[in-house]
Design a protein around this ligand. Sequence first.
Ligand SMILES: Nc1ncnc2c1ncn2[C@@H]1O[C@H](COP(=O)(O)OP(=O)(O)OP(=O)(O)O)[C@@H](O)[C@H]1O
Ligand SMILES: [Mg+2]
Length: 312
Amino acid sequence: MILTITMNPSVDISYPLNTLHINDINRVANVRKTAGGKGLNVTRGVKFSGIEVLASGIVGGTTGEYIQKQLDSDNIYYHFYVTKHESRNCIAILHEGNQTEILESGPTLGQKEVDAFLAHYQTLMDKAKVMTISGSLPQGFPVDFYATLIQIANKKGIPVLLDSSGKMLLATLVSEHKPYLIKPNKDELQQIIQMDIDVNDTASLIKAVDHPLLNAIPYIIISLGKNGAFARCYQQYYQVSIPKINVVNPVGSGDVTLAGLAVSIHENESIETMLKRAMTMGMLNAMESQTGFVNMHNYDDYFQQVIVNQIY
Ligand SMILES: Nc1ncnc2c1ncn2[C@@H]1O[C@H](COP(=O)(O)OP(=O)(O)OP(=O)(O)O)[C@@H](O)[C@H]1O
Ligand SMILES: [Mg+2]
């Protein structure tokens, strides 16, 4: 089973408008409300791949209840730590080909929730073979909280795939408790290593994945949008090329890419298959309008078009 952690999930609300009228009333008919947060996109990606998955994290209030109801209707297993503090709403206004987003930061939690979640988390570990951690932490949580989760998982021999950014990623990288895999995109990695990366220059990519901050991490997968990915798996480097596709909505592609990586590790697949699976999932998501959705009917077709080149 794959355990996915989403510490700050949301109800994602999408408002499609022909025109956004500022300082005026905007009426909207086709509202879509889904359970959101990067880790829940990972959860759906694993579910679409046919592997057993359990979603956890913290939810609260009526928004938290709504998130759980949505997961029920998608037949997704979950076991969150439940608080009284309302989970957040995130609003995306789609207008004139643009997407204007209003993102609540979510509840501010404290030491009580930190301790309670850690106790809850320990009870989930027994059945997990692989674990993913995605996105941001609730306000009030220590910035190195993911390192604590990784420390506990590492003790139990559960590999952790981490997709976070900024201070939270950095705090994990400098701690002694290392994730098994990270999947930054180019911007996220540049921010961490304070270095410009030229995606068309293999030497620049090698220099980035060889940065001392990343030394002790076995798998570094830099996802590069339409340019595929570059990976270091232990001491081997891989350039991954993907076909040109018809992009509808790439948001969440990195999340289902992480789902593909988790599934592969869960199934003990080869590195080549892992990279192909991950890229195929990302492309399938980018071709759909719904974030975190993939149409697995097209899986084999795109999988065969991904090229993995090992660099010696
Ligand atoms: N425009 C695109 N064309 C083709 N494939 C894409 C495109 N965007 C994303 N993908 C696929 O999805 C993978 C992950 O995308 P990307 O590198 O944009 O992740 P990300 O920035 O972490 O996204 P997010 O955080 O929104 O989920 C890519 O490696 C690729 O396989
Ligand atoms: Mg991402």
